[in-house]
Design a protein around this ligand. Structure first.
Ligand code: ADP
Length: 864
């Protein structure tokens, strides 16, 4: 055995030498085998038994294998773990080769290049990315999706921006090169735990990159990144000529900046809760096609800044929003359209099956119907209706596929019966010959029965033995002597005759010629489709835009959204706005709509107080979501909306994933806050929830107030700032730039009810103990807390007194004319529902105020 093995193992060694950093899947018959270190590494990862080849011999080597037909799932598991797999295939049919079968590595499978992976998410792009750092400190980013033949080159100012772009694109695999590649790779791994990150110093392909449209506009760093993704892809797919149907040079400054933190906090495309939570994408995505779904996702993560572009998108959505029958008709047709962007790439790469061509035909027929519907639509859908940018629905290819393919083409081209009768005369003739052969067989059977008198004689066929005559055992003696015996089986004897052999041979021949002709025709149809691939791709892209608009219009209709007015002033005015995701989840409880007005009639910065669970955070998020939705070109969840372009949504909210990485809550909070203060501009929207929790009350409050002051005085952005520091409301009351608002709750007999209504004025108090009781703290603990609170409050002379720290702050100690008790009463008044007051209640209030001020006057007199 060992002697025979050597050449095979030499082949393996050569494959491994060419791909030392890959696990080599070495094809041996029906298995992919791994040898040596690969087997030792992979066996436990794949739950395979580690065996060995040449056991007990000097050249014994560890081995593990997987059946070739199940290889996909094993490969997926290895890629998931960050490995790469080199597929070493048999390059010829072993039956036709004398001696050893030639073997070669035909593919390197990596997460970013495995475009035929069955795990590929249809609703997402499969991006391979590269970051290139030039010696001059320039940064370039490029992403490639082989499955859709798309390349995006992105100019970024610095590494932070490169990271933000990668976060938006959700790249599966990221290549880094250049001086500090190792350090950047480590940062990338931390920032994108789901992506495979590699330092790649392999060959680039300048000639390929230089030939791209728009390549002359690439900076050196961008060109470097483009050359790198293309070079890597080419090394992974040595047998494919890479196709690129869409090349875009993107300028990230044309998009609303959504940092990783904001993306996560707002749960745009991924939910934060461990349970399957809902995201904004899920609410908005009622697209009918895979490419529509991908486009919607990328629009959601890349809202625009240019008002006229946004208005153009909104106009398209409005046109479809206002026309239910048109929208329904379009959506019904879109539902028939397969993933044209990926199908055309499969066609060009020679991977398309007859069924894929059938799917393209269906897509083209739907596109023709869509074209007809659009012709009747109003001119506001202009770009889609009018040539040259209008829909090119490839009528010639459609006609060809209609004429050629049967109703339901098979998955495998060798299954036969791909083409319609009448499409090709030669094929029809061969089909008749095939049929004639089988009627000849029937005739032979009848004749033989008559001649021999064996009534249960049968002429049969198996793949292995071909045609034969079968006679049961009891009748076998009556077989004529000129029959030749082929085989004895349990059921009887099998024979053949020269006439049958002759017939069988001619049948086989017509069968083979039929199949050859069919494959030949299939090749020409594939070639026609391949030559139209670029147009099919473009059609897919046009339909994607239509699908996205139709989906947004449908969602707006179903959920009662309104078209936002995009303004040229930095305002943000929402009337009866809702949280688009929360309102879908809590169907039992009615969602309470709220108004917000930043910068129009009202101050640009709202300080929002109210008990925990009142709805502060929901209010902050829904406001930010309205901005994201408006600028991506969607209607928003409100009764009316006026929004001046926001350049960045910056958020500091709630718990954070980084906690797992061992950073303290406070550290994470401060890091995020520092980033916000550094990057926010006058056009930004900042939402901050509860900063300062992770430290002492004094520290926390001091930091919160000073952040607030900085945002209102220096940055002057639009801002919602939620806090549980009741004391800050007094500061805000004196500031002209900050306005107090609160989320209402009512407490009766110690029980709290949340109204979820945001209203002007500070919250009366924090209701912390009541909320704790609601959360199920034992009655004795709650009781204890109540009496302790009362003690603290009375000894401090009111909640905003000395114990809280504010009285000692320099700002607070400035003369302000009102004492704490008065302030508290006034803020209570601000938070009250006056509708629910009667005369008596009002009198009581005035009486309390009088008393408070009287006591205040006495106190002041004593002090002076
Ligand atoms: P806070 O930030 O004040 O602690 P949240 O925003 O987390 O409060 O909201 C607490 C709960 O109240 C959530 O379960 C949320 O679904 C619900 N909620 C918040 N706002 C509303 C609203 N406007 N209408 C109905 N339910 C709401």
């Amino acid at each position: 055995m060992a002697a025979q093995d050597t050449p095979v193992m030499q082949q393996h060694a050569a494959a491994k030498r060419g791909h030392p950093d890959c696990i080599v899947f070495f094809r041996l018959g029906d298995f992919y085998e791994m040898f040596g270190e690969d087997a030792v590494l992979a066996a436990p990862l794949l739950d395979l038994t580690l065996t060995s080849r040449n056991r007990g011999k000097p050249d014994e080597i560890p081995m593990a294998g997987v059946p070739h037909h199940a290889a996909h799932s094993y490969i997926a598991r290895l890629l998931e773990k960050g490995h790469r797999v080199a597929l070493c295939e048999q390059m010829a049919d072993p039956k036709t080769v004398r001696g050893i079968v030639p073997r070669e590595v035909v593919r390197v499978l990596t997460p970013g290049t495995w475009s035929e992976s069955p795990e590929l998410e249809h609703a997402e792009n499969n991006f391979l990315a590269a970051i290139d750092l030039s010696a001059e400190g320039e940064v370039g980013v490029a992403v490639l999706d082989i499955s859709t033949a798309e390349l995006r080159a992105i100019e970024v100012a610095d590494l932070a921006m490169a990271f933000a772009e990668l976060g938006r694109l959700n790249a599966r695999e990221v290549l880094v090169a250049g001086d500090s590649a190792a350090a950047v790779a480590a940062d990338l791994k931390r920032a994108f735990p789901r992506a495979a990150v590699r330092v790649d110093e392999g060959a680039r392909v300048p000639e390929l990159a230089a030939g791209l449209e728009g390549a002359s506009l690439f900076s050196a760093a961008v060109a470097g990144a483009v050359e790198r993704v293309l070079g890597y892809a080419r090394r992974c797919l040595p047998q494919k000529k890479l196709e690129l149907y869409r090349v875009a040079l993107l300028n990230p400054t044309a998009y609303l900046e959504l940092g990783a933190a904001a993306q996560a906090h707002l749960e745009l495309v991924r939910s934060n809760s461990s349970a399957e939570g809902t995201t904004l994408l899920e609410v908005l995505d009622q697209t009918e096609t895979a490419f529509g779904s991908r486009l919607l996702r990328s629009r959601l993560l890349g809202p625009l800044l240019d008002p006229s572009e946004i208005r153009a998108r909104l106009l398209e959505v409005r046109t479809l929003f206002e026309r239910d029958p048109l929208r329904a008709g379009l959506r019904a047709e879109l539902a028939r359209v397969p993933d044209l962007e990926r199908l055309c790439v499969r066609v060009v790469y020679g991977e398309a099956t007859p069924r894929d061509l059938g799917a393209i035909r269906r897509g083209l027929s739907a596109a023709a119907a869509i074209h007809a519907l659009l012709a009747l639509a109003p001119p506001t859908l202009g770009p889609l209706r009018v040539p040259p940018t209008g829909l090119d629905v490839l009528p010639e290819l459609h006609a060809l596929l209609e004429a050629a393919l049967v109703e339901r083409p098979p998955v495998l081209s060798k299954e036969g019966s791909i083409f319609r009768e009448g499409y090709d005369a030669e094929l029809d003739r061969l089909a008749v010959a095939r049929l004639e052969g089988s009627s000849d067989i029937a005739a032979v059977e009848a004749t033989l029965r008559e001649e021999t008198g064996i009534s249960n004689l049968r002429v049969k066929y198996t793949r292995v033995f071909g045609w034969y005559i079968e006679v049961t055992r009891s009748q076998a003696g009556r077989a004529p002597s000129d029959w030749s015996r082929k085989q004895t089986v349990a059921s009887g004897e099998r024979f053949t005759t020269p006439r049958l052999d002759e017939l069988a041979a001619s049948m086989l021949e017509s069968e083979e010629r039929f199949r050859e002709r069919e494959l030949e025709l299939f090749g020409t149809v594939v070639a026609s489709a391949a030559s139209a691939a670029r147009r099919i791709h473009a059609l897919g892209h046009m339909l994607a835009a239509l699908d996205v608009s139709a989906s947004l219009a449908e969602v707006a209709r179903q959920f009662d959204y309104v078209e936002p007015i995009i303004e040229d002033v930095p305002s943000l005015v929402l009337h009866e706005a809702r949280h688009p995701v929360v309102e879908r989840m809590n169907r039992l409880e009615r969602f309470v709509p709220n108004d917000v007005d930043l910068g129009a009639q009202s101050s640009k910065l709202w300080l929002i107080t109210g008990p925990n669970m009142a709805g502060k955070s929901t209010f902050l998020r829904q406001t930010a979501l309205a901005v994201v939705m408006a600028q991506m070109g969607s209607f928003v969840a409100a009764k009316s909306a006026r929004i001046g372009i926001v350049d960045k949504v910056l958020s500091r909210l709630g718990a954070n994933d980084n906690l797992a990485l061992g950073e303290s809550t406070f550290m994470v909070e401060m890091r995020e806050m520092a980033h916000i203060l550094r990057t926010a501009t006058q056009s930004s929207l900042v939402i901050v929830d509860e900063i300062g929790r992770g430290t002492s009350t004094f520290d926390g409050m001091a930091i919160a107030w000073s952040v607030l002051e900085y945002l209102s005085n220096e940055v002057r952005c639009r801002c919602l700032f939620a806090t549980h520091y009741q004391e800050l409301t007094a500061e805000a009351a004196r500031s002209s730039a900050v306005e107090n608002h609160s989320v209402a709750a009512i407490e009766a007999e110690g029980k709290i009810t949340f109204l979820h209504r945001v209203q002007p004025g500070a919250a009366a108090r924090s209701y912390g103990v009541s909320v704790a009781e609601l959360a199920g703290l034992p009655a004795r603990v709650v009781g204890g807390a109540r009496s302790r609170l009362a003690e603290l409050e009375s000894s401090a002379g009111g909640r905003t007194g000395a114990a809280s720290g504010v009285a000692e702050s320099p700002a607070a100690s400035t003369a302000r004319g009102l004492n704490e008790a008065e302030l508290e009463l006034l803020s209570e008044l601000g938070a009250a529902h006056l509708d629910s007051w009667n005369g008596l209640k009002a009198l009581e209030f005035l009486h309390a105020l009088q008393e408070a001020s009287g006591r205040g006057a006495a106190a002041r007199a004593k002090r002076s």
